[in-house]
Design a protein around this ligand. Sequence first.
Ligand code: ADP
Ligand code: ZN
Ligand code: ZN
Length: 746
Amino acid sequence: MDQVNSARASSGTTAVADVLLLLPLARTYTYSIPVGLLGQVHRGAQVTCPVRRREVTGLVVAVRAPGDDDPPRLSPLTGLATTRAPWPPDLMDLIDWTARYYVAPAGVVARTAMPSLFARRTPRTESFIRFVERPDVPFRSAKDNAVLDALEAAGPMDIQQAKRLVTDGAVSIRRLLARGCLVIDQRAPEMPVQPELPSGVERPVPTADQTAVLEKILPTIRQAGYTGFLLHGVTGSGKTEVYLRAIETTLETGKGAIVLVPEIALTIELRRRFESRFGKLAAVLHSAMPEALRANVWDDVLAGRVRVVVGPRSAVWAPLPNLGMIVVDEEHETSYKQQDGLRYNARDLALVRGTLARCPVILGSATPSLETFQNAHDKKLTYLSLPDRVLSRPMPRVTLVDLRYQPAQGGEKLFSPPLRDALATTIQRGESAILFLNRRGFGRFVLCRTCGTTIRCPNCSITLTHHAKPERLCCHYCDHSTQVPGACPTCNSQDVEVLGFGTERVEEEVGRIVPGARCGRLDSDTAPKGGLDRILEDFRSGAINVLVGTQIVAKGHDFPRVTLVGVLLAEQSLAFPDFRAPERTFQLLTQVAGRAGRGDIPGQVIVQTYDPSQYALQYASTHDYLGFAVAENRMRRERGYPPHSHLASIEISSPDSRQAMTDADAVREALSQFLMAAGREGREVIVLGPAAAAIERLRGRTRLQILLKGRRRSTLNEALWRLHRMFGNGHGDTRILLDIDPVSLL
Ligand code: ADP
Ligand code: ZN
Ligand code: ZN
């Protein structure tokens, strides 16, 4: 087969294409371009190529004249996979860049970038329904006649619109189609001739601070050229309004924009705001939506029908043909880092794409990451600030409550008297409160009072979490779950107790101690089941007046009625085994405090802790980002952590713990040899480990970690590429995973 192809190809090849097969392969393959396809195969085009006896979809990364290094006989491409426009050059460049930086095959990057159905489907079409003929005798159903009349008068109509012509229109249409009175045509969706901006939208007049910021940003959009901005503004300072104005200008220049948001949950809120401003020109794109819909949006974006894309990290790959600006909202959020597969950071890639597409990039945050803050300090980013809340709404007052000096309430210390009193007063005044817990993984657990051990997951060596309805102990990493034991599995004592608390427990307790409280709960248990929208709506309307939740409640939501935020236990965040724990705690407290007092009434925040002297708590309580950043930065410098070094972690895992150790030693040895040979050991890149990962067993595998700390990125990158060439992704049962710039080391 290949030979037949080659023989046909050998006559008069004038151009060849380097093609990235959409398989997890590192290298590109070169094909000749048959005469019939000359002029149609461009960089970024999707093509079909013969591979052994199959046809595989590939992405053209280069079109060029045949060179001396090319084999004399090349197989020809068999066709264009679709009639779509080629992927934009800056997206192709971004794929190359990502592959090099994250030490991954470019094919893997390309597959991560696009919706999986996109490669296989033909471009999107729309269904139109059209009048054909009348029956000899009118129908008995008045609705059927009405639909037919309307369609005859209106001409071809969108099928969804036609269904709404009468009640139960779908039924009438089905009957009319069956009788041949109507037909359905498929055609490509039309391009909006004029951008359809909804008219008469109320846009607030920018404040003086917003105007000053916009005066810096807007010219860079008009000029077209890369500029990176850090927009540092407290929550409620009007950053989103700045993004919206900047996008308006981007659209005026005929270009499009990408807006990255940290969570899918947030896109629901933002969507309303974006759709009211940009109508159908804006679309949401995220990996949790149905594949087919995602592929459709990709088509709309690639064709230029959608020009504002809002979504979480995967939206950084949106194929806008004419990208004019990128916004990364809440740039410090760890959710921008993909934690499995290709471990890319969308915030960092946004800056790279901005340089490749030559357009401005705005990173917005109330609590910029130390890495971003350092970049602003080094003048790699232009620093812009919105220091005050819109309309001079005051920042909430933050009180730290020392739990060591508070008498226990009931059996457990869930609520100190100050928090309980504040809650009661808030409810009495007809206002609302948010109660915040760090994470559900640190919820209730079973402790033996005799030997002091907790009940752990046999696979993952983390404490199991207690769930009340139905009563179970569950592991949050694997699916292990078990009944609550009557006796300690270690020492057989019967003095075991359920301790700690989760959102469910807080919800119960609030109902018991605060009269008039109507409690709702928001965490990863309730959120995915469509509960999120309903609970948020109930909270906004006042049907719920106390919202208990994990991280989800901390982010972005704008609830005018909330005047009290209670943080039940700051330690849940500070005790987290990670060098970024103080930074995360500061960010979380700032963000959670940002939920208080967004309406006309000022808010207050009560943080319960066993040690109020911790610096992250101190700076958070005075809203002092700069103070925190300076203190934390000093700490990082002393300990050689980012932003003063670059990190990469290598995870070696195997079901057999001795095999894992042997392989980890081999990896370490290879790294040391390379670094020694280059005379760099101890100076440019330090190798730490192998050490047991914080979660040593996960899903039945033993995990070891090697940490690389380097001052020079290029050396670090070289070492990792060398490792990748030697070991790949592992062998046999051993897996080797690379994480460049890890945000979590567990
Ligand atoms: P951030 O994104 O920084 O949290 P937003 O842009 O969401 O801030 O603004 C906070 C609130 O203030 C929103 O309700 C928004 O509609 C309102 N707002 C923003 N800018 C203005 C303005 N110039 N005039 C009046 N209200 C504004
Ligand atoms: Zn025990
Ligand atoms: Zn487990």
